[in-house]
Design a protein around this ligand. Sequence first.
Ligand code: ASP
Ligand code: MG
Length: 406
Amino acid sequence: MARIVKKFGGTSVGDVARIQNVARVIKSEYDKGNQVAVVVSARSGVTNELIRRAKAINPNPEDREMDMLLVAGEQETIALTAMALHALGVDAFSMTGAMAGIKTDPYHTRARIVSMDCKRLIEHLENERVVIVAGFQGANESGQITTLGRGGSDLSAIALAKGIDADLCQIYTDVDGVYTADPRIVSKARKLPEISYEEMLELASLGTKVMQARSVEFSNKFNVPFEVRSSFNNNPGTIVKEEVSSMEDVVVRGVALDKNQAKVMITNIPDKPGSAARVFQGLSDANVIVDMIVQNIGRNGVANLTFTVPRDDIDRASKSVEAVLAELGGGEVELISDIAKLSVVGVGMRSHSGVAGELFSALGEAKTNIQLISTSEIKISVVINESESDEATRVVHSAFGLDKED
Ligand code: ASP
Ligand code: MG
């Protein structure tokens, strides 16, 4: 007998037929004699629709009321999934995040899980009852309902797997695993049988939106291995787990492309101590997350500073920078949205050299100009023109030997 957590995302429970399909997947696991705890998201689109309604009524809704509203999406699907299981003759029981023992800090709309108290849930499992838990939600110390940030059902599932000491955690989604690149862009992309937490984290935060990045951080921190697989077929998915030494044999595991970036260029900023600090302090006060940063050497008392921000934040970023430049008494801002960030990721980079050179020559062959570069231990990223980025991704994918054989 095994104890298994299965998480189904919004598209997997998108309508009645799909909920019935999910119930069949759960039943076949349960029929093997396994204990099954399930986490479900809201139907796809529901959370966005609730946010739209809230904003139509009040452009600045209170965070507490937002949470009260948004948990409704998951509460619908836990009840319907339990009913679908009942219709198949399976004993099932739905639980809100709070009932399931997910305890969070007090911060509404972006709460962090502080502890899991799964005693009651485990009792149900031991009484051969399937438990269906609402993802994305918990409760704080004073019993207020909180949510875990967008995409937070993944986090609920990983935390639950840890909380009930599950043997297996399966994330069912609309793709059947993690690929070497986005298959919609690179037709020769391959499904990876396994990948390390760190590689998954880089890919998750780099625009391969298979999973919420925070949930991968959590699984890394607490060593909770999981499988990403499709709810629409029975193919084996991708196992995400602790790094093992053989993973280093592959230098580049995957190529990620993030088109949700914009570039801010500041020219002729007064070159004196504290200028950069003022610019970035202003951005942080405006809640803008800065990614890649390049500053050139100052000349004639002025310098140039370039960095990237999420495209949605471009207005806030430029307002903040304009205000700081006015204070500093100089500098011009230019905003460029037609960019993309291409990254190669792999734990093998720790023990191999020459990856940057290979990447740059592949881009050279593709006649793609590199605007910015940044590196970490297991990743190299470049900013390039968005219009050339799909083709560049295909060329780089092939240059690192990732193409599947046909
Ligand atoms: N329903 C929530 C969202 O759309 C949580 C999730 O789907 O994981 O962000
Ligand atoms: Mg999701």
